[in-house]
Design a binder for this molecule. Sequence first.
Ligand code: NDP
Length: 327
Amino acid sequence: MYKAIVINKDESGYRANLQTLDESALPEGDVTVKVDYSCLNYKDGLAITGKGPVVRKFPMTPGIDLAGSVVSSEHPGFAVGDAVVLNGWGVGEGHPGGLAQMARLKGDWLIPLPAGVTPRQAMAVGTAGYTAMLCVLGLEKSGVTPDQGEILVTGAAGGVGSVAVAILARLGYTVVASSGRPEETDYLKTLGAAEVMDRKLLSEPGKPLARERWAGAVDTVGGHTLANVCASTKYLGTVTACGLAGGADLPATVMPFILRGVTLKGIDSVMAPKAARLEAWERIGVDLDMDKLELMVNEIGLDEAIETAGRLLEGKVRGRTIVNVNR
Ligand code: NDP
């Protein structure tokens, strides 16, 4: 028997609750994992509350991330006792996920827990942190270097934003953090932000081109914010777009792209190929200060995940929420 959050949708409505399940409830898969930690990402918030069409099958256990150890394996790459991490691949959306004490998965989705990283730290990073690293790699691969000027991070006090600020600052970039929470200014500066700006300065409709300020950007917000970020990015700068916390639309013009050669680079973590994942996790082990990571962490038990999911979507949760599924 194991505990799991289960989402149902039927004539009684959309609801999530904590249940005790028999192992026969585990899905198909060639590797069974005893989960140590999972976490809450924005997408988990959408899945648990039903505020976004994330879950594709019911009943469903949410949790797009997990870290734990292999208890049985028919996959040649994994043996009993191996410590593993899973991020994305539609887990927690179409295949039962990490907000449970047990999970059965395709071995091809798993990666070995990076050396020196604990399961707890891996979930403090989670999809949010690994996506932040994909954004940083996106900037680097576009040739953005610390000497070119300021890098903007939007939604900075959230999960992706917090990790992006910490990594970029450690790499020597001058980071400007955009946030709607002035009370998090000290937190963001401790993570390494040189300046914190009010997100209202970016969220209203703006001009097609504005004063050139950013050498690069990590945008988790979308909507007018992303349009304004592109409009104020310097000649040949790069904006990595990974999120929609402020909206899925993009009310922009082509001007930054055709007059300033700005690159708008899309970042997806869910179906990212294994090589990109391994590269991102390796760099996380090197370029993310684990003491800074700990400052972002709020640890909860499985029984608190449903309530916390609602607060996460309201933008009331700072940094990263990890779920100790055995607490
Ligand atoms: P969080 O909820 O932790 O952070 C989102 C942050 O966005 C909030 O903390 C807040 O930051 C800001 N925000 C919230 N609402 C608004 C709003 N209406 N207008 C402007 N800013 C707002 O989420 P995550 O960090 O986990 O995810 C961030 C985004 O990235 C989400 O949209 C998520 O879906 C996406 N994402 C995409 C991935 C991919 O593969 N492309 C992977 C992971 C995440 P503050 O208070 O500082 O303003």
